[in-house]
Design a protein. Structure first.
Lengths: 306, 276
């Protein structure tokens, strides 16, 4: 069944979109990630213009992160104060990101930049995850106890000024790295249409030593607002948010996420992470491959301001 | 009396015309036609659109636009020999267009050089009675700026390298043709009688909205005689178009609504599908 996307100005198959949303939602529920980093490349593979895929991806992330944050709210695993400081950085980063996005679009380098950022980030994150999970699998096979770094260890980040106390996370840390992490992820959110949970979670755990039980909830809490901000600014400056497309993805996504979370509880963590890592690497390879293949026509047309 | 007879003839012909294969756009009938006279004065061409506004729906998948017209003061002998030719052009609204060329950098195909052109018609459809080279010579086409290849496409930077500009201009035409926006239909204009003709032009699925100019050129024995033009506005209608208009006129409110919809969907999804 065909459905017309008013902003992308093209007809797409409704069931493909629902299935895409559901599949990514299922994975995101299973792995506890937002899924934006999978949605945007999938949309690009489906010939949606990258600028629209990114802005619409941000809109979709609002739904999935809100849905996810609700369950963490119930479990009281959100550090609202930490989330708010991250959010302040996120809004700053997103504003810069949207400015860069508009600039790149005007000079015709946006599509390249989006692809490159995805290839690099997905490649690095996927690679690290794969190495880590393979190590964990080996350890499990050898019967050795996993050696996780304990929270509370100190590094250079803990020597920065402007310290602030975050009670729920049992942290006393400078706001500079918190705002910095928020800003970096806000920037990525604006340019890549991702929530950034897949970077936020490791950053909070390894850099700030935030206890793992509040990490996902806090990350989701701030992602809701940063992606909402990104959506609104993209809608008012670049007119690239396709609400029909976003809605189809959301429906599939929120349904898939709840089932995925259930399925995730029954699988072993290391195997799960190895699978996700392979998936992430596959997406990175596919995007990278397109950059090196000679296009059908080396010329393209653009109409400025439309 | 003669005028009434012509009008009646015209209606019959319009009714008898075969239905356009894809999706006939209604309401495009001749405005008027002068009574047929025998060789008094010079020939002239007339086209008229009974409606100046065509609505297409959001899922528009292309259609044929039919334009009727008439040639006045027809010389019956020349008409019998088929030496009257008509070229009908539908020219879309003009905009600035940037043409970009990808080059290989470190193995990757990256947009490098670009050239901007101003007042480029977003679409350009041509229908002719015969093969263009059989109607008149290249010089006439050039003089009339008739046909996609003769269309004057002006670069923004006039001091640029003429060779590069020509390359990009050719690429622009090529890309427009590939998108179905620049097209030509040989035999798209048919004489229904000695003086009446019907032109059918393909409208691409991505036909730009806005004011289109329809022009008809009359040639007699390969000599340009005259032209006639009329305007036609193509607008999109329907629910999807309302969304599009809202998003481009009230971007901020649209963004807020899109976000609110996401929050609502997220909440409903949790309520409906919750598994914990």
């Amino acid at each position: 069944m065909g459905i017309y996307l008013p902003i992308a100005e093209m007809s797409v198959n409704l069931f493909v979109l629902l299935a895409m949303g559901a599949a990514v939602g299922f994975l995101s529920g299973m792995f506890g990630v937002g899924g934006g980093f999978l949605i945007t490349p999938l949309l690009i593979f489906y010939n949606i213009p990258p600028a629209i895929a990114v802005a619409t991806g941000a809109n979709q992330v609002v739904a999935s992160s809100f849905s996810g944050a609700l369950s963490h709210m119930k479990k009281r695993t959100i550090d609202f104060k930490l989330g708010t400081v991250l959010l302040a950085g996120g809004v700053l980063g997103s504003t810069i990101g949207i400015y860069v996005f508009t600039l790149l679009r005007a000079v015709g380098q946006l599509d390249l930049f989006i692809s490159l950022l995805y290839v690099i980030l997905l490649g690095v994150v996927g690679g690290l995850m794969l190495v880590e999970s393979v190590r964990a699998l080996r350890r499990a096979r050898d019967g050795a106890a996993p050696t996780l770094k304990k929270s509370g260890q100190h590094n250079w980040i803990h020597r920065l000024p402007l310290k602030m106390r975050f009670r729920a996370s049992k942290l006393f840390v400078s706001v500079i790295p918190v705002i910095g992490i928020g800003a970096g992820i806000g920037f990525l959110s604006a340019i890549m249409g991702v929530g950034g949970g897949f970077i936020m979670v490791p950053a909070l755990i390894y850099l700030l030593k935030v206890p793992t039980n509040v990490v996902v909830g806090t990350s989701l809490f701030q992602i809701i607002f940063v992606s909402a901000f990104t959506t609104i600014v993209h809608a008012s400056t670049n007119y690239t948010v396709d609400v029909v497309l976003a809605f189809m993805l959301m429906i599939g996504g929120v349904a898939g996420a709840q089932y995925g979370a259930k399925a995730g509880q029954r699988l072993r963590g290391e195997q799960l992470r190895a699978l996700l890592a392979l998936l992430v690497l596959a997406v990175a390879l596919r995007l990278g491959f397109d950059l090196f293949v000679r296009p059908n026509s080396i010329y393209s047309l653009a109409t400025p301001g439309y | 009396m003669a005028r009434a007879a012509t009008a009646a003839l015209l209606l019959i012909l319009a009714a008898a015309a075969p239905v356009a294969a894809q999706e006939a756009l209604e309401g495009l009938t001749p405005l008027s036609s002068e009574p047929l006279q025998q060789n008094t004065g010079r020939e002239a061409i007339q086209i008229g659109l009974s409606t100046n506004r065509v609505e297409i729906t959001a899922d528009f998948s292309g259609a044929d636009l039919t334009i009727f017209g008439s040639v006045e003061n027809v010389d019956p002998q020349i008409a019998r020999q088929g030496r009257y030719d008509v070229v009908v052009v539908l020219e879309g609204p003009a905009r600035e267009v940037v043409v970009r060329r990808k080059d290989r950098v470190l193995g990757m195909w990256i947009n490098m050089a670009s050239e901007s052109f101003i007042n480029v018609p977003m679409s350009y459809s041509v229908a002719t009675t015969r093969m263009p080279q059989d109607i008149t010579d290249a010089a006439s086409y050039k003089r009339l700026s008739l046909g996609a290849d003769n269309l004057h496409i002006e670069p923004l930077d006039r001091e640029g390298n003429p060779v590069t500009i020509e390359d990009f201009r050719t690429a622009l035409r090529d890309r427009k043709a590939a998108a179905g926006l620049f097209n030509m239909r040989v035999g798209g204009v048919e004489f229904l009688s000695q003086s009446l003709f019907r032109a059918s032009l393909p409208l691409s699925p991505s036909v730009p909205v806005g004011t289109h100019k329809a022009r008809a050129f009359l040639f007699k024995n390969g000599v340009f005689i005259g032209e006639s033009s009329d305007y036609l506005t193509i607008v999109k209608a329907g629910f999807e178009q309302s969304i599009y208009r809202f998003s481009s006129n009230h971007g901020f409110a649209y963004g807020i609504l899109a976000t609110a919809l996401a929050v609502l969907t997220g909440w409903l999804g949790r309520v409906v599908f919750r598994k914990d």
